[in-house]
Ligand binder design. Structure first.
Ligand SMILES: Cc1cc2nc3c(=O)[nH]c(=O)nc-3n(C[C@H](O)[C@H](O)[C@H](O)COP(=O)(O)OP(=O)(O)OC[C@H]3O[C@@H](n4cnc5c(N)ncnc54)[C@H](O)[C@@H]3O)c2cc1C
Length: 263
């Protein structure tokens, strides 16, 4: 059976590994030059209930990616507001490790290959068109193009394009293949009638931090810095999608995490 996966984020990569282990011929199409999509900016794993979920995954035989994040962890078992016993993985190392593993399994990776449309044979999907008009046929199609909207949406509902890790101006915007098949995308709202998602984290260059902060970050994995009282703005918390970051501690402090780059 030939399984075609669209989108090489965590979801698509995990799907590819499962399908390959089940004995299929697997082809994964990713529009950028990196696997893992938004996983290249995250870093927090195994916090709170996700610890148990990770252990369950490993016991059930689907823990390959968890084991890799453990292997490239910068810190384990750390606590910070909203998070207990978290592992932080190194966002600079994770993609290469995962790509090597996926290639070892014999999964066919098609990088810089954006899927742009779908062709039907009756109610069945016959195949997919890539941006260069190549037609790809398969027996099963799996859509894992994530949740980020096309560039127009990011500009309209987000905070403007700053060339995030998906780099749509270079690689083209996300195209939702499931939507092309008639299944509507879910739209997140951060306030009534305000579409889009905001988490509120960014990466800093480690060298831009003072020695004191950098040393503490290297040592403990987390540094909590007080925001001056006059700059605390609790209203900003209302626009956050991730509830675990909509805590008052995230308005009152800057919380730095060592995920390779400080986050
Ligand atoms: C700033 C930030 C910090 C975060 N921090 C954490 C964290 O610390 N811990 C955590 O667990 N989660 C974190 N998250 C959330 C987590 O990163 C995402 O939930 C997760 O990575 C989503 O994975 P995905 O595979 O569903 O989608 P995505 O990562 O969005 O992957 C989709 C992939 O599909 C590709 N694609 C899209 N359209 C096409 C197309 N037409 N053809 C081919 N390819 C296509 C994209 O290039 C992308 O690689 C964070 C998210 C953000 C934005």
């Amino acid at each position: 059976m030939k399984i075609v996966i669209v989108g090489g984020g965590w979801a698509g990569t995990a799907a590819a590994i499962s399908a390959k282990k089940a004995g299929a011929e697997v082809h994964l199409y990713e529009k950028t030059d990196l696997l893992l999509g938004l996983g290249n900016v995250g870093g927090i794993m195994r916090n709170n209930g996700r610890y148990t979920a990770s252990e369950e995954l490993i016991v059930l035989g689907g823990g390959d990616l968890i084991k890799i994040t453990d292997r490239v962890a910068t810190h384990k078992d750390i606590d910070f507001p909203g998070h207990v016993h978290a592992t932080l993985y190194n966002v600079n190392k994770i993609e290469g490790e995962v790509k090597d593993y996926v290639e070892t399994l014999g999964i066919n990776l098609h990088m810089e290959s954006r899927v742009r449309d779908v062709e039907f044979d009756g109610h069945k999907i016959k195949g997919l068109y890539l941006a260069d008009d190549t037609f790809v046929e398969g027996d099963v199609f799996i859509e894992t193009t994530g949740t980020t909207g096309p560039m127009g949406n990011c500009l309209r509902y987000g905070n403007g394009c700053s060339m995030c890790i998906l780099r749509c101006p270079s690689f083209g915007p996300r195209i939702s293949i499931s939507q092309r098949c008639g299944v509507s995308d879910l739209q997140g709202e951060r306030a009534e009638d305000v579409l889009g998602a905001m988490s509120g984290s960014c990466k800093l260059a480690k060298d831009s931090l003072s020695d004191e902060i950098r040393n503490e970050l290297d040592d403990k994995g987390v540094v909590v810095l007080k925001v001056p009282k006059e700059d605390v703005n609790y209203d900003k918390l209302n626009s956050k999608v991730c509830q675990q970051y909509a805590l008052k501690e995230f308005a009152e402090n800057i919380i730095l995490l060592d995920t390779g780059h400080p986050r």
